[in-house]
Design a protein around this ligand. Structure first.
Ligand code: BTN
Length: 322
């Protein structure tokens, strides 16, 4: 109910009376008063004036489910949002909810992770309030071999959300890092639970560097943050809503598949194409020119002998990036 009250107040041009709120939500005046009190405790500045009603003056600065929800225009993604102060890994937390039947579209966001996971068994540095650590549960009706589109579509959505909301010129380093210039801003890790021929659910984890003012020496040449790139502190609730809106557009509206348009858009934003890349295939290191992303989302690389090698996962080093 709290998110519905926030939505009503957010969309109202003027004060709304407690009576109006209780009638439109079908709850008692007492329940409205109680919900307003809890919202104030969460940081919503709600003014109340006798004979006029309530007016929303400000939404909280810190991440808060109700504040994200009032900026959402999705049908599936973010219908349930859980914000945690601290967690081991939002991916692990959501996988455990997924195995207990949590609904598709559930989102978990944490202010801190104590065991944040990156791709290829790496650690994702997740200090309190430095970044946004977010995971999304989906239940696509696909076979395990068909879910490979989830990662590039999520990358595309992230790139769009950043460029639109932060006014940056971010690009995608295949398969799913988001970079600004030569430095990484976002990492994406998709995991799944499947039976032999059916996906039970997928969990896509997104780590965004937001408030970092510096990085440890070992990664400072290849990592950046929104604050470092823009010099501004963003409204994280509005930003998360923008991300979820774009994820719905790219994932749900494409039915979790790469369409001709999404491949075209992905290629347009992909910084890997046109660069020398090094990758490992069949136990061997290979080098060539990245020339295309095919309709399955694989990277096509032209080797020095003129043949095309396709890469579908793993680590790719891109000359001039990392
Ligand atoms: C990468 O290596 O680039 C992927 C990083 C993914 C990090 C995110 S943060 C939210 C979610 N929870 C995790 O433990 N990992 C992902």
């Amino acid at each position: 109910m709290q998110e519905k009250i926030v939505q009503l107040l957010y969309n109202a041009a003027d004060y709304i009376s407690g009576q109006q709120i209780s009638e439109s939500l079908g709850v008692s005046r007492q329940a409205v008063n109680k919900a307003v009190k809890s919202l104030r405790e969460k940081g919503f500045e709600i003014e109340s004036v006798t004979n006029k009603g309530y007016l929303l003056r400000n939404t909280p600065a810190r991440l808060c489910a109700e504040a994200v929800m009032c900026h959402l225009n999705t049908k599936l993604i973010g219908k349930k949002i859980i914000v945690l102060d601290t967690v081991g890994s939002t991916n692990d937390y959501l996988k455990s909810l997924g195995s207990k039947g949590a609904e598709a579209g559930t989102v978990v966001i944490a202010r801190e992770q104590t065991a944040g996971k990156g791709r290829l068994g790496r650690v994702w540095d997740s200090k309190r309030d430095d970044g946004i650590f977010l995971s999304l549960l989906l239940r696509p009706e696909l076979s395990p071999s068909e879910i490979s589109a989830i990662t590039p579509l999520s990358g595309l959505a992230m790139c769009r959300a950043i460029n639109d909301f932060c006014m940056l010129d971010s690009r995608i380093k295949w398969p799913n890092d988001i970079i600004v210039g030569k430095k990484k801003l976002v990492g994406i890790l998709t995991e799944m639970s499947a039976e032999f021929d059916k996906v039970e659910f997928t969990v896509t984890g997104i780590g965004i560097n937001v408030e970092h003012t510096s990085f440890p020496d070992e990664i400072s040449h290849k990592a950046t943050s929104i604050l470092l790139e823009t010099g501004r502190h963003i409204d994280q609730n509005k930003f998360v809503a923008a991300i979820l809106n774009y994820l719905e557009q790219e994932l749900v509206m494409n039915r979790y598949r790469l369409s001709g348009q999404s491949v075209y858009d992905y290629k347009d934003l992909c910084a890997t194409i046109g660069r020398q890349v090094t990758f490992t295939k069949g136990g061997r290191n290979k080098t060539g020119m990245a020339v295309n992303i095919n309709n399955s989302g694989e990277l096509e690389v032209m080797l020095s002998n003129g043949t095309i090698s396709t890469v579908n996962s793993g680590e790719v080093t891109v000359q001039g990036i990392y």
